[in-house]
Design a protein around this ligand. Structure first.
Ligand SMILES: Cc1cc2nc3c(=O)[nH]c(=O)nc-3n(C[C@H](O)[C@H](O)[C@H](O)COP(=O)(O)O)c2cc1C
Length: 368
């Protein structure tokens, strides 16, 4: 065999694909997870497979021309609260044609750069829970892992500088490519067990995020006085969670919001803020001492109720209190002076927005 043909067959072996069709279902707020999915799809296509990237819940045309062809299903999304956000869990539970198929779960997590160091994120149970659900539904889980991408939680942290973002993304791209190469060669790429174990110990915290904190955070968004009511936030929201209400068509966030940060990252005026002070108010309203007095009253007047009923009533109280308090906030924001004051007193007004690389239109104003 000539050197050239030996090199050719080595190349073919390196690029041979164990699958005929690769279907990637992604939920992504600011584009990090979508970027990873697009890279996995490109790696599959280079190796001769058909590949499609679609959003969870979307129906796609059947991919596999050859019914005997091997199919790989991938679920991709971000980490929220050290676990998988609801839309990713829902996709693991409802995605059709899962039984008997090879599958993987790849999540992104928020990394930050400190000087020369890139501090990794923490995915906890974000990958293992959807993987477990897929396995319970009869899938063969061939891959599980996490990719560090830039931190996008702009309500809590300002986005990194463009140089930091570029450094983290370059490393994330390399990690995504290596993961894809192993899977597409037909190898198992199941990792992240240490994170999964610690994440399992932190499940109560994750559950508190999914059931309570997520709702409060959704109700902390508001548009400051720079909002032009252009509707970009509502149009871009993946869950239709933003409504433009009232004569001024001011954005109002419903409980359907999953804190994906897309609205904050895409607002052309940089006008969407997270009212951190109001979050403290929610914490007071739903925690001690207010909740303690409500529970004490309820305990006396409803001694007949079981613990489950009391827990449900307590949860109902949290949801109702946050909903009413946000309604009042939204009404107050109708007063221009108040809107200006609230806008100026949030830290997010000073935070640089995070936009995933290549994610949508440009932001004209990052911060005031
Ligand atoms: C509400 C919220 C919670 C987050 N929680 C975590 C977390 O627990 N651990 C972590 O590493 N990153 C966390 N992140 C960061 C994101 O997972 C990370 O930036 C991800 O790459 C965003 O992906 P996306 O652009 O596809 O949505 C969180 C982000 C948000 C908005």
């Amino acid at each position: 065999m000539s050197v050239a043909s030996r090199a050719g067959s080595a190349d073919a072996a390196a690029t041979a694909c164990a699958y005929d069709a690769v279907e990637l279902v992604v939920w992504s707020g600011t584009g990090n997870s979508r970027r990873v999915a697009v890279r996995v799809a490109a790696a599959a296509r280079i190796r001769g497979a058909e590949a499609v990237v679609r959003s969870g819940g979307e129906t796609a045309a059947p991919l596999v021309p050859n019914p005997l062809g091997r199919r790989l299903l991938g679920l991709l999304g971000p980490t929220h609260g050290f676990t998988a956000p609801w839309p990713l869990l829902r996709a693991a539970l409802t995605e059709p044609a899962v039984r008997g198929t090879d599958a993987f779960v790849l999540v992104t997590r928020g990394a930050m750069r400190l000087g020369r160091w890139i501090l990794p994120g923490f995915e906890g149970t974000a990958a293992v829970l959807p993987a477990l659900l897929l396995a319970l539904r009869g899938a063969r889980v061939r891959g599980m892992g996490a990719v560090d991408m830039p931190q996008n939680w702009t309500v809590a942290f300002p986005a990194g500088s463009p140089a930091s973002v570029a450094a983290i993304v370059a490393r994330g791209d390399a990690r995504a490519d290596a993961f894809a190469a192993r899977l597409l060669r037909g190898e198992r790429a199941v990792g992240g067990w240490a994170q999964a174990v610690v994440g399992a110990m932190m499940l109560p915290l994750s559950l508190a995020y999914l059931l309570v904190a997520r709702l409060m955070l959704a109700k902390a968004f508001f548009a400051d006085e720079r909002c032009t009511s252009c509707g970009a936030c509502a149009a871009g929201c993946p869950h239709g969670a933003i409504r433009l209400l009232g004569p001024g068509r001011r954005p109002y966030w419903t409980f359907a919001c999953h804190n994906c940060m897309r609205c904050m990252s895409r607002c052309p005026e940089g006008a969407i803020q997270g009212a951190q002070g109001w979050l403290l108010f929610y914490a007071w309203l739903t925690g001690l001492p207010v909740a303690a007095s409500v529970v004490a009253w309820w305990g006396v007047s409803a001694g007949w109720a079981s613990d489950t009923v009391r827990a449900l009533v307590g949860y109902g109280w949290i949801v109702a209190a946050v909903w009413v308090a946000y309604g009042l906030l939204w009404l107050g924001l109708g007063v221009p002076g108040l809107r200006r004051i609230l806008g100026w007193t949030t830290l997010t007004r000073r935070y640089r927005r995070y936009r995933g690389p290549g994610h949508g239109d440009s932001v004209r104003r990052d911060a005031a």
